[in-house]
Design a protein around this ligand. Structure first.
Ligand code: AMP
Length: 369
């Protein structure tokens, strides 16, 4: 079976690497000739809006999936007429527009921050009167890693925010004073069978994920149950096939949905070593119509530390007990995700000391303090 992957970054690369033991073959599609999935699978460099190129790409494929959430919905729908596309293009459509996404959460009864659609500066002024301050203004499309958004602290911030990101469709969100950020990874098969991974605790810096800890420390069965219920509702409604991440805010004992990623996700990278079946393998099993694998953890706890803009000396990483290096083969550039390290451990204190050791090798050691 040959699977086409739209997007050829590290996620596509890790998908292919996890699929080869299953005897799956891959072809990847990415506008960049430097896309690192190209090191491990044939890579077609074309514009994802080019239907001729997409048509050519689809020849000989049994199924198409994607690792990039800004795949044009029209392109996914075009491909769908030729070959099954999973997750369904509707998931791209919902996840690619923050207004549609929040409206979808509301329709399903999944709690999320209050929100207001914004087209004009006057809309923004009126909405901030309802939301109060602080509040968060975001572009509806193409926001990632904290880009395309601003926190407004007082009325005088309205003009500045409008100048900086106005002029495109926007959404204003109530500011959530969260205790912490969590995510849940889940996989749904073609038959609707669902598997959930344990809640993950996520730490960001500068809007970019730096550290994930699984299971999220001190998480309760109630939080896990609520997160699973929300993911279940979302995936069923979308008739989702594949792995999805749901990013959540925890406030007290309650959860609010922030966003979904209709693909394998950075906060699930630890599953390669930490789970009986990784998020990548389960995604492939789902889209290929195979039975899903257990999401049981293989060790009591695990963490993932992103390598951003720097690659520590490999030997120093490998010297840390329980550390597994994933270097993506990218050129190192500021703020670029160039790899990650998974750490597995038998208990929380052992995990913390291993995380602290890797953080000491890097330039963002204040994260866990
Ligand atoms: P996003 O791109 O929507 O995931 O937002 C990036 C980060 O901004 C999140 O991980 C949060 O730390 C923060 N953030 C986003 N939306 C809100 C909100 N409504 N209230 C408070 N913080 C937020």
């Amino acid at each position: 079976m040959t699977i086409g992957i739209l997007g050829g970054g590290q996620l596509g690369r890790m998908l292919a690497l996890s699929g080869y033991p299953l005897g799956l073959n891959f072809k990847t599609f990415d506008p960049s000739s430097e896309a690192v999935a190209g090191h491990v699978a044939p890579l077609l460099n074309e514009d994802p809006n080019d239907v001729d190129a997409l048509g050519w790409f689809s020849k000989g494929l049994d199924v198409v999936t994607y690792e990039w959430e800004n795949v044009p919905v029209a392109s996914a729908r075009f491909l769908e007429q030729r070959v099954p596309v999973f997750p369904p293009p509707r998931a791209l459509e919902v996840a690619g527009d923050r207004l549609k996404e929040k409206s979808f959460f509301r329709e399903l009864g999944v709690p999320c921050p209050d929100f207001w659609p914004i087209s004009t500066r006057q809309d923004l002024e009126l909405a901030t009167r309802e939301s109060g301050f602080p509040c968060v203004l975001k572009t509806r499309r193409f926001g990632y890693d904290g880009k395309g958004q601003m926190v407004l602290h007082e009325p005088s911030d309205v003009a500045r925010a409008w100048d900086e990101i106005g002029g495109v469709p926007l959404i204003l969100e109530a500011f959530v004073a969260f205790d912490r950020e969590l995510s849940i990874l889940a996989t749904r098969s073609r038959e609707g069978d669902m598997r959930f991974y344990p809640l993950v605790g996520n730490h960001h810096r500068g809007g970019i994920l730096r550290l994930s800890i699984a299971p999220a420390p001190d998480h309760t069965a109630e939080l896990q149950r609520d997160a699973e219920t929300f993911a279940h509702k979302i995936m069923d409604k979308l008739d989702y096939v594949g792995t999805m991440a749901l990013e959540l805010f925890q406030v007290g004992e309650r959860l609010a949905a922030n966003e979904i990623a209709p693909r394998v996700h950075n906060s699930g990278h630890w599953t390669i070593e930490g789970s009986a079946t990784s998020q990548f393998e389960n995604h492939l099993r789902a889209v290929a119509g195979l039975p899903l694998g257990s999401t049981q953890m293989r060790t009591p706890c695990a963490a993932m530390v992103n390598l951003i803009g720097e690659l520590p000396e490999l030997a120093k990483v490998l010297r840390i007990e329980g550390a597994h290096a994933h270097y993506y083969g990218k050129d190192v550039k500021p703020n670029r995700k160039v790899g990650h390290v998974t750490l597995v451990a038998d208990d929380d204190s052992e995990l913390k000391s291993r995380v602290d050791t890797i953080l000491k090798l890097l330039n963002f050691r204040e994260i866990t303090s």
